[in-house]
Design a protein around this ligand. Structure first.
Ligand SMILES: Cc1cc2nc3c(=O)[nH]c(=O)nc-3n(C[C@H](O)[C@H](O)[C@H](O)COP(=O)(O)OP(=O)(O)OC[C@H]3O[C@@H](n4cnc5c(N)ncnc54)[C@H](O)[C@@H]3O)c2cc1C
Length: 533
């Protein structure tokens, strides 16, 4: 095979890159993905919860979290063409314009909001908004729902009662306020990056897609990436070479792992695993940031997602889905979002809500990742999400074999300020649930936790319920200093022909869900590569 570019990982960024680089028939592109084709069921938006711990999920876990009652927190990551976009909750959120202005202010030229906006627009086909902030000609379909659960409208009203004004478009001029979510869903079908960017072009003769292929390491000779080694069996492997560049898109957990097993990373750690050092880059795997959430719920007198879990409800909704009729399976499990500040002195929102017509009961026994363990009574939940955690952690090696999951240590809530701000978010969520607007859909208060609880009790609730919002970023940080891994053209410091394009390059976590930003990163990376090759 004569290959110009090798892309490792077919997730948010990898699929975009495969599409853009193979647009020119003169470029020969190889896309390598450890997972297979996404299951047909992943196309059904409401199948979301059943994809966790399936064969489309790496199903990682953190180390025991010292500040979260020593719990190991589950870290789902997509494993198929489409990567995490084939298993995610489909919310289309770009973050705050200041996030990107801050990236540029840290020395990353060409990454301020004005510079990244055209790349967000390039990939987008927004069915609901047509203005200077949105694209119409891109491959990625984005839309609002036509109708919502009754309790969702009450949530929007209750937020208004608590100072969170309605904002039609949080991806537009301003982010703050409460909004109906925009989704990567089109005609009731999930728009993974496989569906949007890869499937339509998979017959290009200059694009080879290798699925179920695990990259063992990146091959580097005389400071230049020359190809990759892939596993062909338990103890066998094969080398594949390329003429131009290797682009690492394995996500914030596995990109740093692959760099390290390839000899690029902190000298001492590599020595411990007898990995030959190619480049001492202490920042590889550091700066792990993630959004975390806690929740609070009430019982409801309107049908919601808990009802669908009943066998008859599920079968009925599945039947309706295939008849292209209204079905709870047509939609994501979350419906709305709010962005707000924990205190007035904050420049931009540092807290977010998601609202869902689903509840987990009040005994801490339900397993969120097993829908069949959820109660069969109706209710709704507000998730309070911390957008800018001060806590930060790392991804480390357990082995020099890239098939062994890495150590994931996010140090959740290790910074006191994170607990304080999440507590503010939880209290605000409780105030919203208590608002008169909910009176006509609230069956009874769930007291999960009791509304008049002390801070001590609320913090204990927060620790018992804490989960990630599945947005790990930052482990191959973009920048210029010792604390960075790639430069602002996404080239790995000190290594030629090797770039990284995925969530790992974010210098800091953005103020919102991360898929749209990863797609934008894929678009920008493709532009850099096409301009220089
Ligand atoms: C359950 C869940 C819900 C989420 N909900 C939302 C949401 O609603 N909205 C939103 O904006 N974001 C959401 N996210 C986050 C968002 O999907 C991710 O931030 C984004 O998809 C990450 O893109 P990426 O390109 O960095 O990595 P990924 O999309 O994870 O892609 C990495 C790919 O690399 C492959 N790979 C890894 N190692 C190797 C190897 N050694 N060899 C070959 N291939 C390899 C993986 O299999 C994977 O396909 C969610 C994520 C999850 C997991």
């Amino acid at each position: 095979m004569n290959i110009d570019f090798i892309i490792i990982g077919a997730g948010s960024s990898g699929c975009v890159l495969a599409n853009r680089l193979s647009e020119n028939p003169k470029n020969s592109v190889l896309l390598i993905e450890a997972g297979g084709k996404p299951s047909f069921l992943s196309k059904i938006p409401g199948w979301y919860s059943l994809l966790n711990r399936s064969k489309m999920d790496w199903a990682f876990s953190t180390e025991p979290q010292k500040f979260v009652n020593d719990r190991k927190i589950y870290i789902p990551r997509g494993k198929s063409l489409g990567g995490s976009t084939a298993t995610n909750a489909m919310a289309y959120v770009r973050g705050n314009s200041k996030d990107y202005d801050d990236w540029q202010a840290q020395g990353n030229r060409g990454w301020n909001y004005e510079s990244v906006l055209p790349y967000f627009k390039k990939s987008e086909n927004n069915h609901s908004f047509n203005n200077e902030f949105h694209g119409k000609d891109g491959e990625l379909n984005v839309s609002l729902r036509k109708e919502y659960n009754k309790s969702t409208y009450q949530f929007i009203e209750a937020c208004k009662e608590n100072g969170l004004k309605f904002n039609e478009d949080y991806n537009g001029e301003k982010q703050e306020g409460s909004s109906f979510l925009q989704f990567t869903i089109d005609k009731n079908i999930r728009q993974s990056t496989y569906e949007a960017f890869l499937k339509p072009i998979s017959d290009r003769t200059n694009l080879t897609i290798k699925t179920k292929t695990f990259v063992k390491r990146i091959l580097i000779e005389n400071g230049k990436a020359i190809g990759v080694e892939i596993y062909t069996g338990k103890n066998t492997s094969e080398k594949i070479f390329c003429n131009k560049e290797v682009i690492l898109c394995a996500g914030a957990i596995q990109s740093p792992q692959l760099l390290k097993v390839s000899g690029i990373g902190p000298k001492e750690e590599l020595k411990k695993f007898n990995i030959d050092l190619i480049k001492d880059l202490p920042a590889v795997g550091e700066n792990l940031k993630d959004h975390v959430w806690t929740g609070t719920s009430d019982f409801s007198n309107v049908n919601g997602l808990n009802t669908i879990i009943k066998k008859t409800g599920f079968v009925n909704n599945l039947f309706q889905y295939f008849r292209k009729k209204e079905s709870l399976l047509n939609h994501s499990i979350i419906e709305t979002t709010s962005f707000f500040k924990s205190s007035e002195d904050k420049e931009i929102p540092d807290l977010q809500f998601h609202f869902s017509p689903l509840h987990m009961g009040n005994d801490y026994k339900a397993d969120l990742y097993n829908p069949f363990s959820l109660p069969l009574t109706n209710g709704y939940t507000i998730l309070a999400i911390l957008l800018h955690p001060e806590s930060s952690g790392f991804v480390g090696l357990q082995s020099s074999d890239s098939r062994v999951p890495p150590i994931i240590q996010p140090n959740f809530l290790s910074e006191e300020n994170d607990v304080k701000r999440l507590l503010i978010g939880l209290k605000k969520a409780m105030a919203v649930l208590d608002s008169p607007s909910f009176d006509n859909v609230r069956l009874s208060k769930m007291n999960w936790p009791a509304r008049n609880s002390s801070d001590e009790v609320l913090i204990e609730h927060l620790k018992k319920t804490l989960e990630t919002l599945y947005h790990p970023v930052g482990t191959c940080r973009m920048g210029n200093g010792e604390n960075s891994v790639v430069n602002d053209q996404l080239k790995v410091h000190g290594i030629e022909n090797l770039r990284i394009a995925d969530a790992s390059i974010m210098p800091d976590i953005i103020s919102g869900n991360t898929n749209a930003a990863c797609i934008m990163i894929g678009e920008k990376a493709a532009d850099f590569i096409l301009k220089t090759n």
